[in-house]
Design a protein around this ligand. Structure first.
Ligand code: NAD
Length: 496
């Protein structure tokens, strides 16, 4: 059986192989490989490679660095179908959705191709008499990227194109559930001409993460995953002197106002609730129906949900399986709890007939009505194809619900009232807001990130905040001496 290894110095690195974990195809339940779980020794070897490569990469011209990133973009664009198939085989999402993920990651690669422009500093001539001042931004050093299972290509690409183009070296620690995409991207970097040691992959679990968080050679950490781990990563990394951006979990609400186009809203709820089996940090999991539209809206969502084809992501399916059996069972247990708590199960995914392997990790789309805020199906991030409907009387009540959440990743409002939408964008305490757009993922040149327990740190991913995160500012004050200069002056420098 294939062992999925680490990657350093542009080649596969077996490491000590003291421990491995199974990788499964969620559509069949079959174990398809074993991923190496790094020992501390393995982690240090990979980090050392990134540290050794940093000085030369930092000093490689921007023109050369950008041309390699551009080459990576060309290869990715030409061969993204291969990457999508790898994602589907280990994650389970349907191939078209996997392709969408790769394309959204590619947008960040394209953004990073413009790094020479993004890194331009400022210059002030004659700030004081015969004194010029300039600002420059420099790479921070070797950086660690720790990514979740749900976007094995896109989430790493939120960070590494920018980090690399800006002159840093990278250690990517992908999720142990779907580790092959990272190796495929590493091979692509090598083909694009990236020097050895600039992009490295460390496979593993907590041992690997802890070494990244504490090893002094690593200067910055970009993390994406669940809130408790994000909190831990932020606390540990910053305590070890690193800058850290740690993106956490979510529970995204969509508010539907009484004047909304209910057909548009129903389409959006199905797409955003059940796409990628709800395993998206921007999925809508709480639908807040305002006023007397709830019965009609729920009926429209049910009608659409009943048409969805659940099955193997490589076949003609709308939605694939969940990532692991453990996760599937956990999500199903939330549906059980909602039922016991008195909510109405309108569409029950527990009884799904899927077009896939008998041992696949199947759970169909589930629509639950009359959910109240004390139920675990509402309070917890479930991360599965479960859409809860909460009925409220007014906009104010709906807003209060969203703003009371511990999470603040994404949200959306559906309305034809511009004034209400404008009020919502102003009042809601969430980092990414959609107006008649259910999954408002920002473009690469804006920054991605939530508020509250959805992000720890002060930098969002990609866009100019990403460039800022992966660089340090320096200000240079310059005077070229001429014969008239001279004299001692111990006072604080003043301008003249
Ligand atoms: P996770 O927190 O279990 O794992 C994320 C990463 O942390 C993985 O690489 C994993 O190996 C590592 N990890 C797990 N346990 C650890 C521990 N105890 N110590 C150190 N490292 C550990 O998350 P997941 O299940 O892979 O991904 C789903 C979660 O990610 C959801 O909560 C989802 O909302 C979140 N997510 C958030 C965003 C965002 O932008 N905010 C995007 C995607 C996913």
């Amino acid at each position: 059986m294939a062992v999925i290894s680490h990657w350093l110095n542009n080649k596969s690195y077996p490491g000590t192989r003291v421990d491995t974990a199974p990788v499964t195809n969620p559509a069949t339940g079959a174990v398809t490989g074993q991923v190496a779980l790094a020992s501390v020794e393995d982690a240090r070897a990979v980090i050392d490679a990134a540290a050794a490569a940093f000085p030369a990469w930092r000093d490689t011209s921007l023109a050369k660095r950008s041309s390699i990133v551009f080459k990576f973009r060309e290869l990715l664009n030409a061969r993204k179908g291969e990457l999508a198939e790898i994602i589907t085989a280990e994650h389970g999402k349907v191939v078209s959705d996997a392709l969408g993920e790769v394309s959204r990651g590619q947008e960040v690669v394209e953004f990073a191709c413009g790094m020479p422009h993004l890194l331009k500093g400022g210059m002030t001539e004659n700030a004081s008499t015969n004194i010029d001042v300039s600002s420059i931004r420099q790479p921070v050093g070797p950086v660690g990227i720790i990514s979740p299972f749900n976007f094995p290509a896109m989430v790493p690409m939120w960070f590494f194109p920018i980090a690399i183009a800006a002159g840093n070296t990278v250690v990517l620690k992908p999720s142990e559930k779907d580790p092959t995409a990272a190796i495929w991207m590493a091979e692509l970097w090598a083909e694009a001409g990236l020097p050895a040691g600039v992009f490295n992959v460390l496979q593993g679990d907590k041992t690997a993460v802890d070494e990244l968080l504490t090893n002094p050679a690593i200067k910055a950490i970009s993390f994406v995953g669940s809130t408790p781990i994000a909190q831990y990563v932020y606390a540990t990394g910053t305590a070890h002197g690193k800058r850290v951006q740690a993106l956490g979990g979510a529970k995204n609400h969509a508010i539907v106002l009484p004047d909304a186009d209910l057909d548009l809203a129903a389409d959006a709820m199905v797409n955003a609730g059940f796409g990628s089996a709800g395993e998206r940090c921007m999925a809508i999991s709480a639908l807040v129906a305002v006023g007397d539209i709830a019965d009609e809206l729920v009926a429209k969502i049910k009608e659409r949900t009943d048409t969805l084809k659940i099955g193997d992501g490589t076949q003609d399916s709308d939605m694939g399986p969940l990532v692991t059996k453990v996760h599937r069972d956990k999500v199903a247990s939330y549906i059980d709890a909602g039922e016991q708590d008195g909510a109405t199960i309108v569409v029950d995914g527990r009884t799904v007939q899927a077009n896939g392997g008998a041992d696949g990790f199947w759970l169909g789309p589930t629509l639950i009505d009359h959910v109240t805020t004390d139920m675990s199906v509402y309070t917890d991030e479930i991360f599965g194809p479960v859409l809860s409907v909460i009925r409220v009387e007014s906009y104010d009540e709906a807003l209060e619900l969203v703003n009371s959440s511990q999470f603040g990743n994404g949200t959306a409002i559906f309305t034809n009232d511009g004034g209400a939408a404008r009020r919502f964008q102003n009042e809601v305490e969430v980092g990414m807001v959609g107006i008649n757009v259910p999954i408002p993922v920002p473009m690469a040149y804006y920054s991605f990130g939530g508020w509250k327990n959805s992000l720890f740190g002060d930098s969002h991913a990609h866009g100019t905040e990403g460039v800022h995160f992966f660089t340090r500012g320096k200000v240079v004050t310059t005077r070229w001496l001429d014969p008239s200069h001279g004299g001692l002056n111990l006072g604080f420098p003043q301008n003249n």
